[in-house]
Design a protein around this ligand. Structure first.
Ligand code: FAD
Ligand code: SF4
Length: 508
């Protein structure tokens, strides 16, 4: 009796108990399908890296003795949906049942549950053995109440015994070192994440194009720099720990033109496809701390991202879907400016972030939050449009992590469920954290009139538009009071500049 086991493109976890030993009665099924390439327009490098990683994974488990049925994007018998490919594989293999891991995304979970009903065969769903929290547990907990991230994170530290001393207190006497982690970076750009890595994927790119998959961004098919197997992902982790982690804390909020990475790890693709496990990444950082090669402020800051934010947003997603995907508490309804697809804007900061995103399928967190996200928030762009952009453009974008970060953290569309205040800022913040404003066409000191920085005019306009809503938010009291204290003439000038900018938003 044959059992089929479905492996999704983001389930490349070779440490999963499924793969402990080969079983001739088990056939693993993997598929490159149009229902997955087409639900949003993805970055070319995302499609390339995912398919190349899936192929490498299939080859690796096959070499280890497992049987694999792999559907390539251009295969004639590829029916391009989960259910159709499963149906024909079940028939060909005379399978009596099938198994799958829990999907990370709501859309995929729904599609697979529907497939199970349609196929009518027994189907077992197992844990993906990747996250540090069980999906059902975190779903139930976050469905009843979403905690503040800080308290969730402290709970995780205690539960996992990470950076906790013998008395149960945080190592170093503090839970976080945020105050030390806001420096500006004025040095030369550090090396890229995978300086040695170059994949020639022109053949695969040809297959993807011949199949008619529409993508965005630069494919870099002859020199793709993302890891496509566990060995490469591990090497990237080691490189980050040795070269960037010591500075990760101090410069985690910094931005610098032509420096897409600063000291970030670029590990999100390897993590989200499960080539790396969160615990091994955390352990590598903890080892660096124990060996004295990285300071506590850096290690704590990094660990917080993995056991804190990453698990936390997953809780928000599973606890609040499907309603979460429709939240729009600020009633934002504008279209995304055209330059999000080209980088063609005179605003030096956000232009650099968009161009990085198009050429690398990557931008670091502060660029995503305080440039592209911040601009969309201030301009009142429809969160559906913002979501589709983020979900498509980034190599690491899978809905469980993209949606809460975009709708919640960056667009405040959930009304403060995820974060206690909108991440809205003008040129003052951007200028402090980066070198962007020097030489920009716009004047970072002006909030109204000719060449006033659009972030400034739109920031005050945002506070004005939502003044009533923010009245009850103590964390917005300061900017609200500052707005109310302006003279009528100043307010009018800002409103007028903001309105002009919004009228020609595609040409800013
Ligand atoms: P580092 O800065 O080196 O951080 C290390 C790791 O911590 C990351 O690889 C990631 O796994 C985790 N991490 C850090 N911040 C977060 C966070 N806020 N939420 C979840 N995990 C986090 N992350 C994604 O993985 N996929 C997305 O689609 C995604 N979309 C985002 C959209 C917006 C608007 C914003 C503001 C953030 C988004 N993030 C997303 C979170 C974060 O920006 C990326 O995880 C990070 O930039 C990836 O680069 P890195 O690996 O160099 O991260
Ligand atoms: Fe960005 Fe404004 Fe600074 Fe120009 S002046 S780089 S638009 S913040």
């Amino acid at each position: 009796m044959t059992t089929l086991r479905l492996i999704l493109g983001d389930q490349l976890n070779v440490a999963h108990s499924w793969f402990r030993q080969p079983d001739r009665d088990v056939v693993y099924v993997m598929m490159e399908i149009r229902s997955e390439t087409d639900y949003v327009r993805h970055h070319a490098q995302k499609v390339l890296a995912l398919f190349a990683s899936m192929r490498a994974f299939a080859e690796a488990i096959n070499k280890a003795g497992h049987r694999v049925r792999y559907y390539r994007v251009g295969d004639r018998d590829n029916r391009h949906t989960f259910v159709d490919n499963l149906r024909q594989t079940i028939k060909a293999e005379r399978a009596a049942c099938w198994e799958r891991m829990e999907a990370d995304e709501w859309r995929v979970e729904e599609a697979l549950a529907a497939a199970a009903r349609e196929l009518g065969l027994p189907c077992q769903v197992v844990d993906a053995e990747h996250f540090l929290t069980k999906r059902e547990e975190i779903r139930a907990a976050f469905a009843s109440r979403v905690p503040r991230m800080e308290y969730f994170y402290r709970g995780m530290r205690r539960r996992l015994g990470i950076l906790i001393d013998a008395k149960g207190e945080p190592v170093g006497g503090k839970w976080n070192f945020d105050a030390q982690n806001r420096s500006r970076w004025d040095g030369t750009p550090p090396a890229p994440a995978w300086p040695w890595l170059i994949h020639d994927l022109r053949e695969l790119w040809h297959e993807i194009q011949s199949a008619g998959v529409a993508t965005i961004g630069d494919p870099q098919a002859d020199k793709l720099r993302w890891p496509i197997n566990r060995r490469e992902a591990r090497a990237g982790l080691a490189h980050f720990i040795a070269h960037a982690l010591p500075n990760f804390g101090a410069y985690q909020d910094a931005m610098r033109e032509h420096s897409p990475l600063i000291f970030h790890s670029a590990l999100s693709f390897a993590l989200n496809t499960k080539m790396l496990s969160p615990m091994e990444v955390v352990q590598a950082a903890l080892d660096a701390f124990d060996e004295g090669s990285a300071p506590l402020s850096a290690v704590e800051g990094f660990v917080r991202q993995i056991i804190g934010w990453r698990e936390f947003v997953r809780g928000v997603y599973w606890g609040r879907m499907p309603a979460y995907a429709k939240t729009n508490c600020l009633a934002a309804d504008r279209k995304l400016p055209a330059w999000y697809w080209t980088g063609d804007t005179a605003m030096r900061c956000v232009g650099d972030a968009v161009r990085n995103s198009l050429s690398l399928a990557y931008a670091h967190h502060i660029q995503r939050l305080m440039l592209t996200g911040n601009f969309a928030l201030l301009a009142g762009v429809d969160p559906d449009e913002v979501d589709a952009w983020y979900l498509g453009i980034y190599i690491d974008a899978f809905e469980w992590v993209e949606l809460p970060n975009t709708r919640g953290m960056s667009q405040y569309a959930d009304g403060g469920l995820l974060g206690s205040k909108p991440y809205a800022a003008g040129a003052n913040y951007i200028g402090k954290q980066s070198d962007y404003c020097k030489g920009c066409k716009y004047d970072p000191k002006r909030r109204a009139g000719v060449n006033a920085c659009p972030f400034n005019a739109l920031y005050w306009n945002f506070i004005d538009r939502h003044s009533e809503r923010f009245e009850s938010n103590p964390r917005m009291a300061l900017p609200r009071r500052a707005w109310l204290a302006l003279s009528q003439a100043e307010k009018e000038a800002i409103r007028q500049t903001a309105s002009e900018y919004l009228d020609r938003i595609d040409a800013l």
